[in-house]
Design a protein around this ligand. Sequence first.
Ligand code: NAD
Length: 418
Amino acid sequence: MDKKPMSLFESAQAQLDEVASILHLDSGIHAILREPIREFHVSIPVRLDDGRTKVFKGFRVQHNNARGPFKGGIRFHPDETIDTIRALAAWMTWKCAVVDIPFGGGKGGVICNPKEMSSGELERLSRGYIDAIWEFIGPDRDIPAPDVYTNPQIMGWMMDEYSKFKGYCCIPEVITGKPLAIGGSPGRGDATSRGGVYAIIEAAKHLNIDLSATTVAVQGCGNVGSNTAVLMHEITGSKIVAISDSKGGIYNRQGLDPRQVLQHKIKTGSVINFPQAENVSNEELVELKVDILCPAALEKMITEKNAPRIRAKIVAELANGPTTPEASEVLYHNGVFVIPDFLCNAGGVTVSYFEWVQCLHKCYWEEEEVYQRLGKNMRKAFQAVLAESLKRKVSMRLAAYIVAVARVAEAMKLRGWV
Ligand code: NAD
């Protein structure tokens, strides 16, 4: 009989099991980390614009809080499942630990299709979600943030609803990713890409690569992909030779101006058919002869099939889960330097942490200060993972897990949980 493929959460547990055996993790700590500490399943009644009431299903999973309050985004998606939310909550625990910010891991989701909802319906759903979970979140308990199909406006409504329940005028530190005018942080918009660029700079130093002489292909042209292309062009002077979106990609060996490409995308709805470039498929883009490949779109874009044909020296995983475990092995054996997703894209949660700190202190920083602190955190995290990878002769991905799990386990031990 065919073996049932692992669910996302089962594969997150399998990754932990591997690290647990390398670290000879205490069996109690291992058992605690295999499961979320708690999870909530809620039903949210929402009055629709046509007068009917519809009940939406929502979740909040709190994986581990040994190092600080649970932290993680809220997704609004028609295909949301509790299994995905559990896996993402565990990955948030590792992400916060690897960049050494004082948070644990959590994640939330509501099964809904925001593309088919009016702004009023979305607001009532957002407030309804908070009505259902407000007692279990808070600035010292669990701090949500935006994720797939949620945005700063939704965070603003949620913060407002939470503040009303608590009886205060405004508790901005309960949620991050808010609009600037109500306690958002400067620099949050491009923080994920900026953090990724700082990690690429460290990787290039280690590999002795002059970034100003490199070529880059970016897959995805949403928040993360577009900002990565612009920042690589402007900070490192790299040549962006290819970029894509869901409709396809474009390529020009001489280099593209990412800001012009974005203008073209705003005007036409896609990067394709950009003048002075040839169209390529997303499959072709991944296999282009470039120095740096930045998958910044969806998961599972680099698979067993295309991994052997990847010619980049560095793969910077800006997206979550862009490389399958089998492809990861292939890249490692082919000597491709992979900056693993939960390190490479941790800039977003790092600036979320800065936002929480600023809200708690009621004192806001300049953009430059945010960039400086982000750079320091990313460099430190990258160097810790690199040192582990060199010491143990393992991939950067496994090294990142080892660093993260060891930090969480240490906190659990020191707190006397086992
Ligand atoms: P987004 O929705 O803004 O952009 C996604 C982009 O991917 C779009 O340009 C879309 O056209 C493109 N795309 C979709 N299908 C594609 C395909 N088959 N081939 C190529 N491109 C395709 O999302 P985002 O916020 O930029 O997130 C991108 C990735 O980064 C996701 O994996 C997300 O989980 C991860 N991430 C985002 C953040 C953040 O701060 N936004 C933080 C951490 C990780």
